[in-house]
Design a binder for this molecule. Structure first.
Ligand code: NCD
Length: 323
């Protein structure tokens, strides 16, 4: 992978995605060893810069960096100079002056990691920017599907929930379609972004990928789930109801919740995914979330191997069993 930063998957080629998945499989083998620590990032400093709440993503990056023997520093907005009014660029310049080789950034503003990436020599990994992108989440989703189903090309992936506000849905759509899957986005009309499906089709054509109808959009969950190989539920927040985008969470759950009856419409053995945090009983019923088709826990576990792979490749490592 010859790039300085990982900001989204829209500019990834199929080969680059495959390289990450292959390297993540090697990292998974490392994680199965009694001693999980390997040396490729020894002497490198990785700064986890989280300006927005997160548990699993932050911890996952931290574990991944430590498994590769990097030194890890954690920064949150509260308690840092951001509270004193320091700008984002100044904070990151300070980080570079202090010797950061890689910065993992989560920020509430879409585009923040792009701005930082332009300014700094250090590699930037976007760990979620506003509603825009969350590339490592999408990579771990790809890895989980590839490990469980053996392939991604030609699969039908239904993403159901608050697509409009979801960076997870956007990056996952780029990732799955770049590897030749079809994505169906399903949400109430108020929670669907306008123009995104067309933008993806145009972007894929520019990459030379010609999947017919790579992204379709529907408000009907039964239609979305029909013949799906993968069903990904997204978090629906109470704030959306308060903002008048949803009549009530109960109605949402009745119309769009992923229940056992609905999952029966998908392909036999379809995978159930959720990026977390979940609202059980709203977008997904507990029996589905913890049922036999759920790979939600595997997603979290795979996140560490995938993030190790991304850091390893950004630092100049080569795919394959190099560690
Ligand atoms: C998501 C996020 O923060 O983008 N979670 C995650 O990273 N695993 C999704 C969400 O907040 O709903």
């Amino acid at each position: 992978m010859r790039r300085k930063d990982v900001l989204d998957l829209d500019d990834f080629t199929p080969d680059e995605l495959r390289e990450v998945l292959e390297t993540a499989a090697a990292m998974k083998e490392v994680l199965a060893r009694p001693i999980r620590r390997v040396p490729p990032l020894r002497g490198k400093t990785i700064v986890n810069c989280f300006y927005e709440a997160s548990t699993r993503t932050r911890v996952s990056f931290e574990l991944a960096a430590k498994n590769l023997s990097a030194d890890v520093v954690n920064i949150t907005a509260s308690g840092s100079s951001v509270e004193k009014g320091e700008t984002l660029i100044d904070t990151t310049r300070t980080l570079q002056a202090l010797g950061a080789d890689m910065v993992i950034m989560r920020h509430g503003a879409a585009g923040a990691p792009y701005l930082v990436a332009r300014e700094l020599e250090a590699s930037i990994i976007n760990a979620g920017d506003g509603w825009h992108a969350h590339p490592t989440q999408a990579l771990l989703d790809l890895f989980t599907v590839q490990s469980r189903l053996g392939s991604i090309e030609g699969r039908r992936v239904a993403i159901v929930g608050d697509i409009l506000h979801s960076r997870v849905a956007r990056s996952a759509t780029w990732g799955f379609t770049t590897l030749g899957a079809q994505v169906v986005l399903c949400a109430p009309p108020t929670l669907l972004p306008i123009g995104f499906a067309d933008a993806v089709s145009t972007g894929l054509r520019a990459k030379g990928i010609s999947t017919p109808c790579p992204v379709t959009v529907t408000h009907d969950v039964d239609e979305a789930l029909r013949d799906a190989d993968v069903v990904m539920a997204l978090r629906v927040q109470r704030e959306r109801m308060d903002a008048g985008l949803l009549p009530s969470l109960r109605e949402y759950s009745r119309e769009w919740g992923i229940t056992r009856e609905r999952i029966a419409k998908a392909r036999f053995g379809a995978l159930v995914m959720h990026p977390g945090p979940m609202n059980e009983g709203v977008e997904i019923s507990p029996e589905v979330a913890y049922g036999p088709q759920s790979v939600i826990e595997a997603q979290v576990t795979n996140g560490v191997a995938v993030r190790m792979a991304v850091m390893f490749l950004l630092a100049g490592g080569r795919a394959g069993p190099a560690v």
